[in-house]
Design a protein around this ligand. Structure first.
Ligand code: FMN
Length: 441
């Protein structure tokens, strides 16, 4: 047969190269894939929204002369000492265990340099982290790993974690490779043995119990510290309403693009809502309860830039949180280390086997030699630079929309590029007045 006239090989859109490789991998090994990071599939996201800059009907603010405020107060509902930040981008909870001690310290240094907060994680508070972080939020998690009253009282706020965007309804994993003597001691676990974090709190099952738990935490902290409640995005309207009813000062909603240290790939890719779909229902719940801007809303999940932050704020959030972007700013997935990534079967930009603890940069590891590669001072400076750029980018956009504070951005400043994004963000499709599902016509 004349091969010159054959059609070129054609991949199936359904059985694409990744699906085929995954079937082959599962068939060869009999185990499911575990990895870090967030959903890799394409999802409706902030890229699908655009700002409408000022024109004749609006006038912009002058960049170098007119102020555009960025400060935010979190926890103004009940806490005697609310958290006051200079910029509305916070560092999300990432555990010591998942991250090295140096990485946790670097996060604290970077965040403190720009006047924002960091958050502990599943595994407790390290002294370096407390020292480096001017404002530190203490996570109260289903696993209770590393949880103790002494550390809780050292924190500036408490975050009750119900769930995470990468795995709403599931618990985390920390494989034996990363259970070093220090991690084991803090979590009260044997060294070197795989550990799975609980997916629900042991002592309460629903909102009425949550209310009691929050009151206990308030009593323990003399009503001083703000109490946040963090949920993975799945039923944002009801979850926000129930968190408010239970007494939260701050609601944190994490979308499915949100990173995780380690979970099953099937979970990361198939459970939860993209953050774009979760913000408006959460804001709606706050508005329906008369609590918008009284109970603050922090959103996270795939936030990469000042533009993403500005869009989240315009949709009604009070602040955003970042995990993955902060790790990249510290030095994660550094292309200069490509040779080392190749040796562990990865490539810079796609390295996500964080559970293996082999990170050549020294961030997602407990190996003392690898961890020592990350200089917390230098990495902290890189994070501070990145956070400053994010803040300035958001200000550039806000000024162009004529806003003297980032919190004055509003849905009216946005349009959507796709019908899906228009419906989810409840803003008009670009060039029309059509908001799918809410048509005026
Ligand atoms: C390495 C790593 C560890 C994490 N550990 C925790 C944790 O201990 N507790 C928690 O609530 N969320 C944890 N998260 C999720 C983050 O708090 C946050 O919700 C998520 O990273 C936000 O999405 P982003 O990574 O796209 O910014 C972790 C995320 C990463 C990347």
């Amino acid at each position: 047969m004349d091969n010159h006239h054959r059609t070129p090989p054609r991949f199936s859109a359904t059985f694409d190269p990744h699906s085929i490789a995954e079937i082959q991998r599962a068939a060869a090994t009999g185990i499911y894939d575990i990895r870090g990071a967030g959903a890799k599939r394409k999802l409706p996201h902030f890229d699908d929204l655009l700002f409408l800059g000022a024109s004749i009907s609006r006038y912009p603010l002058e960049g170098y002369r007119e102020k555009c405020g960025t400060d935010v107060v979190l926890g103004s509902r009940f806490a005697k000492k609310p958290v006051v930040l200079k910029t509305p981008v916070t560092i999300a909870g990432m555990s010591f265990g998942a991250l090295s001690g140096n990485a946790k310290e670097a996060l604290g240094r970077g965040a403190s340099a720009v006047g924002t907060s960091t958050t502990t994680g599943d595994g407790g508070m390290t002294p370096e982290e407390r020292q480096a972080s001017q404002t530190l939020v203490y996570q109260y998690l289903p696993s209770r790993y590393g949880m103790n009253l002494e550390d809780l009282l050292k924190a500036d706020a408490i975050e009750v974690v119900i769930g995470q965007g990468a795995k709403p309804g599931g618990g985390g994993m920390l494989l034996g490779q990363k259970i070093s003597p220090r991690v084991a001691k803090m979590r009260n676990l044997p060294e070197g043995i795989d550990q799975r974090s609980a997916c629900r709190h042991p002592d309460w099952t629903g909102p009425d119990d949550l209310e009691i738990k929050i009151e206990e935490l308030r009593e323990l902290t003399d009503w001083e510290k703000p109490i946040y409640v963090k949920v993975g995005a799945s039923r944002p309207y009801y979850d926000t309403a129930l968190a408010v009813k239970s007494g939260a000062d701050v609601v944190v909603i994490d979308g499915m693009q949100g990173g995780t240290a380690a979970t099953q790939d099937v979970f990361i890719e198939n459970v939860g809502l993209p953050i774009l779909a979760a913000i408006r229902p959460a804001v709606q719940a706050l508005q329906d309860l008369g609590m918008h801007r009284k109970v603050q809303l922090i959103v996270s999940g795939g936030i990469r830039s000042g533009a993403d932050m500005a869009k989240a704020l315009a949709l009604g959030a009070d602040a955003v949180a970042i995990g993955t972007a902060a790790l990249i700013a510290l030095g994660d997935n550094d292309p200069a280390l490509e040779d080392e990534y190749r040796k562990i079967g990865a490539t810079a930009g796609a390295y996500d086997d964080w559970h293996e603890g082999l990170d050549p940069v020294g961030i997602t590891t407990q190996d003392p030699v690898l961890a020592a590669r990350l200089d917390p001072v230098r990495a902290g400076r890189r994070l501070a630079n990145f956070l400053s750029v994010m803040t300035m980018e958001a200000q550039i956009i806000a000024r162009a929309c004529g806003k003297s504070h980032l919190h004055n951005l509003e849905p009216e400043d946005l349009v959507a590029l796709t019908i899906e994004a228009a419906a989810m963000a409840r803003v008009p499709l670009a060039g029309t007045e059509w908001i799918p599902g809410q048509s005026k016509f």
